[in-house]
Design a protein around this ligand. Structure first.
Ligand code: ZN
Length: 448
């Protein structure tokens, strides 16, 4: 399948050698030129490039290293061949996994990681490099370069807004892509002009649709309004034309957006949806499940009015997805799965995200592109990934049904090729069973 143009190419054969695709073309032609050591029957099936989840986390403390490691096979079992780790509190562990996976000594998706994120002093988020001055930021970027990170993640729980902008500029000057949350004191425009490469979470893109975004940011920066008041004004100030102008600028500047809708949806509707009986919990270790409680408890304390507000906000924010697409912004599929983000499940969550994109108005082809091409495009790796062409990575997913007709077909996985290694349905099921068994053992231990 050509996921760039959303087209089926019938009667094709693909030959792979090692971790590369070596031939693609008419079935009979490829069969004449290549003799396979192993062949897979693609008749009435659909081959797509491997899926990329562009926003995942690993964390929850040193005690949960094994539970986090057990999440890796879940991605592969769901056709996810690459994940972008957007930083957690086990950054050095994740960088070790990145190397072990690349060396094939650990089974998991190719890992691209920010390493420790840049933050302010004494931040909410752990596993960060704390910075309180420009010199601190310079040192942080040197440190991240030495760790050979794949990009830089910047969050703002305590980082000063001017240092946020400085960090973006300096990272960019060092040749590193940046991604992050956007401080309420700044407008999207300022952050984009500083050189941010991707916006995480759709809410930040939504805020740029407020007519008086700059005045709200200035009022909040000066302490004239609270964060809640700022949010309320951003909401009431949303204007379609303002949003479209902001999104056209994102498109023009090449800034991508990772909406992470699935996570927001789950949290917005925690009052209504009871997840305690979710089958997928059997794949999530007890320690990780415990990290889910933070948001569950926060949601449980909400008043009916707050619940109503949360639902309404989710709907309003989600509705900008088709506007981004219309404006030409590249949307990246990413889940925010991992620790803390309750019931947003590693692996299967990406399929939920794609289904949401289509529900909100994207075509299945656009959703598919968000999960196969947008990630490689962001990392400047379309020469290696994102299409089924000679010379590209043998990261492929063979589906039983056509995802261009129904996006749910991305769940109907027959076989995954992971860096050239064939993972047939039985192997994928074994990978799932393996994590399932580990979790069952940890559950038993926790219950003792
Ligand atoms: Zn996140």
């Amino acid at each position: 399948m050509d996921v760039e143009h959303g087209q089926l190419l019938p009667d094709q054969a693909v030959a792979t050698l090692g971790d590369r695709i070596v031939a693609v073309g008419n079935d009979a032609d490829v069969a004449r030129r290549w003799r396979g050591r192993q062949t897979l029957d693609g008749r009435n099936r659909y081959l797509i490039p491997g899926l990329w989840d562009m926003h995942v986390h690993f964390g929850g403390g040193e005690a949960l290293i094994e539970e986090n490691r057990a999440l890796l096979p879940l991605y592969v079992a769901h056709g996810v061949t690459t994940v972008r780790d957007a930083s957690g509190d086990l950054p050095l562990q994740v960088l070790d996994w990145r190397r072990e996976i690349a060396e094939d000594s650990l089974f998991g998706p190719t890992l691209l990681s920010s390493g420790p994120k840049i933050e302010g002093l004494n931040p909410v988020w752990k596993g960060t490099i704390e910075t309180g001055s420009e010199a601190d930021v310079d040192r942080a970027i040197e440190q991240l370069k030495a760790l050979n990170v794949d990009f830089v993640k910047i969050t703002d729980s305590t980082l000063k807004p001017e240092l946020f902008l400085y960090a973006i500029r300096q990272a960019r000057a060092a040749g590193l892509r940046t991604s992050g949350h956007i401080p309420m004191q700044l407008t999207l425009d300022q952050v984009v002009d500083a050189g941010l490469s991707s916006i995480e979470h759709l809410g930040y893109a939504y805020n740029a649709g407020a007519k008086d975004e700059a005045a709200i940011a200035a009022d909040f920066a000066a302490g004239r309004i609270t964060r809640q008041e700022a949010r309320a004004r951003l909401d009431t100030g949303f204007d379609r034309d303002t949003a479209m102008a902001a999104y056209r600028k994102l498109a023009q500047k090449g800034v991508f957006v990772t909406p992470t809708l699935n996570g927001s949806r789950v949290i917005a509707y925690l009052d209504r949806d009871d997840h305690q009986g979710d089958d997928y919990l059997a794949y999530i270790g007890p320690g990780l499940r415990k990290t889910y409680e933070w948001r569950v408890q926060r949601a449980a304390g909400a008043t009916p009015a707050q619940i109503e507000q949360r639902h309404a906000r989710y709907q309003r924010v989600a509705a900008v997805i088709p506007l981004l697409q219309q404006a030409g912004v590249t949307i990246m599929a990413g889940t925010d799965a991992g620790f803390l983000n309750s019931f947003n499940y590693p692996g299967v969550g990406l399929h939920d995200e794609l289904a949401l994109f289509v529900e909100l108005g994207l075509t299945p082809a656009q959703a598919l592109s968000a999960a196969t091409r947008a990630g490689p495009a962001w990392f400047g790796q379309l020469d290696q990934y994102g299409s089924i062409d000679e010379g590209k990575a043998a990261d492929l997913v063979l589906l039983e049904r056509n995802p261009l007709e129904d996006i749910q077909a991305t769940r109907a996985i027959h076989t995954v090729l992971l860096r050239g290694a064939v993972q047939d349905r039985a192997a994928l099921d074994r990978a799932l069973a393996d994590t399932h068994a580990k979790v069952a053992a940890w559950n038993a231990e926790a219950a003792r």
